[in-house]
Design a protein around this ligand. Structure first.
Ligand code: PMT
Length: 405
């Protein structure tokens, strides 16, 4: 796999009031060592003069798809190939709609279609426009396709409204991009990851499951691939798109997940179990839909049997990979996580609180603490994307430390 690090950024500026902040963003990105080329939409040029961006970036600004001179210097296809990342900040509601629907009427949207590089957008718009169902649907499409959505922030807006829709501050965007540009700490490593829920069928129409969306595990898969690893993601049923560069194996039940993971135990150097695997399944599967008993309201009993513990089984293989578990806890987080670390003979465990707003199941954010034999570190509260990048760096460090010991 090629070095996935990001060095060269095409910064697209679209027609929002926050366009003036994009000049500061160019400076922040340059300070962090990125090479930046600016592309402006025609509307953006009504807010800020291209000369401003030329002055801060030290490069001519790309503005027009049909500009012969610009195309002769560095054409849109060349620019699309040059980029390691296309970052659009600010990204207006109109631009998000065009990107979601694959329109290519100007240089920036054409470039987004023509590039193989990852795309990140920092939305900026009025709070009602951000809340509009059309915008929400467009953002969902973009996320599905793996576009990184940075923000927006909340607060007072240029129009006087208060709410979500402010572009994140340039420093924050630059830091998020730096997190995306992970150094290739896992280059040459093979990483197996489980993610999402399992579904345990009761009859052809019903199953037992949990609230896992797969977001945490997919973020870890994305971060591991960005860090240079070959990644196989064994996924329970989710609505998420496969991260770029990741091989995905779809499963439904815990037993299918176990078989898919065990089959790759000898292949992988590192195993990370982020899936929320059902501990129990119905003792019997009814081939026919279970009917309610008319006129009988007495309680019914469902008999359950234990599912295999995939993590413990992987940790017991010989030779075994470096094994990282997750722990979802409602209380006594460290004590319970350390108990799982020891009981399942893991190398590391990442613990998150569940049942608290903003962490655990379903949401885009989380709070993680990681423990191993004689150590531990709090990775803090952040987006699952950021936490996954931090976790992957830590896994690479600990993996290298145990291998050299
Ligand atoms: O998917 P999201 O909506 O983003 O939510 C993320 C998450 C909360 C699911 C994730 O961060 C997380 O905590 N995943 C582990 C959830 C869990 O099942 O925790 P546990 O404490 O019950 O299990 C401990 C570990 O054993 C986990 O690594 C789990 O994958 C593994 N396990 C559990 C049972 C089993 N039969 N086989 C397993 O491999």
């Amino acid at each position: 796999m090629s070095d996935p690090s990001i060095h060269r950024i095409v910064l697209g500026v679209t027609a929002g009031v926050a366009a003036y902040k994009a000049a500061d963003l160019v400076r922040r990105l340059l300070e962090r060592g990125f090479d930046v080329r600016v592309v402006m939409t025609p509307g953006a040029q009504a807010f800020v003069a291209p000369l401003t961006f030329q002055a801060v970036s030290g490069r001519p600004v790309h503005r027009d798809l049909l500009d012969e001179a610009a195309e002769a210097a560095m054409g849109h296809i060349e620019l699309a190939r040059w980029a390691d990342l296309v970052l659009v900040a600010p990204a207006t509601a109109d631009f998000l709609a065009r990107l979601a629907h694959g329109l290519a009427g100007d240089l920036l949207s054409t470039l987004c279609l023509a590039t193989a590089a990852p795309i990140a957008v920092a939305p900026a718009m009025n709070q009602q426009m951000w809340r509009a169902s059309a915008t929400a649907a467009n953002v969902a499409i973009l996320r599905q396709r793996g576009v990184e959505v940075l923000g927006p922030g909340e607060g007072e807006q240029a129009c006087g409204d208060v709410g979500p829709g402010r572009m994140l501050e340039p420093v924050e965007i630059a830091e998020r991009v730096r997190a995306m540009a992970a150094p290739a700490v896992l280059a040459g490593r093979r990483v197996l990851i489980t993610a999402g829920p399992t579904q345990e069928a009761l009859d052809p129409v019903r199953y037992l499951s949990n609230h896992s969306s797969g977001k945490m595990g997919y973020a870890v898969a994305t971060a591991a691939a960005r860090a240079g690893a070959s990644v196989v993601l064994v996924s329970g049923p989710t609505a998420l798109a496969t991260p770029p560069g990741v091989e995905r194996v779809d499963v439904i039940s815990a037993r299918e997940m176990r078989d898919a993971a065990l089959a790759r135990a000898m292949w992988c150097d590192i195993f990370i179990a982020a899936a929320a695997v059902a501990d129990y399944r119905p003792a019997e599967f009814s081939e026919r839909k279970i009917k309610k008993r008319e006129g009988d309201d007495s309680p019914r009993t469902l008999e359950l049997v234990r599912n295999p513990d995939i993590l413990a089984e992987l940790a017991a293989t010989n030779p075994r990979p470096f094994v990282v578990g997750f722990a979802a806890e409602t209380h006594d987080v460290e004590a319970n996580a350390r108990d799982k670390l020891a009981r399942k003979r893991l190398d590391m465990i990442a613990a998150n609180r569940v049942g608290v707003p903003g962490t655990g199941f379903g949401v885009d954010t989380n709070e993680l603490s990681v423990y191993w034999g004689d150590g531990g570190v709090a990775l803090g509260s952040a987006s699952k994307t950021d936490l996954a990048a931090r976790l992957v760096r830590l896994v690479a460090e600990r993996y290298d430390a145990t291998r050299s010991a």
